[in-house]
Design a protein around this ligand. Structure first.
Ligand SMILES: [Zn+2]
Length: 101
């Protein structure tokens, strides 16, 4: 899985066989270094299926810097992207908080 800080990068539109995007948008190192407004959490549970998906450091830190950065996230069991936020379908396994809140 690739990462990009360019929101116009064409790899963001490419969906691989497993359902993941060819790359994911993250905030730059400089932006993430400005400080986190939430703890850095690395895995979340999809409430619809109960499966846990883990993320890498840069994605986790992007959520911590800006919890509203993503509108959806991937479930490795369901093989697709589903909504996050106050009414979303995911909670962090570390503390049970809603992903994207
Ligand atoms: Zn799922």
């Amino acid at each position: 899985m690739g990462l990009t800080t360019d929101k116009n990068d064409p790899c963001l539109e490419v969906i691989k066989d497993d359902g993941q995007q060819a790359c994911y948008l993250i905030l730059s190192d400089e932006e993430r270094a400005k400080g986190f407004v939430r703890p850095v959490r690395y895995s979340y549970k999809h409430l619809k299926c109960g499966s846990v998906t883990r993320m890498g450091q840069a994605l986790s830190e992007t959520y911590s810097r800006n919890p509203k950065f993503y509108g959806a996230t991937f479930c490795c069991h369901c093989g697709g992207h589903y909504p996050v936020g106050e009414d979303g379908e995911f909670v962090w396994t570390e503390d049970g908080e809603r992903v994207g809140s």
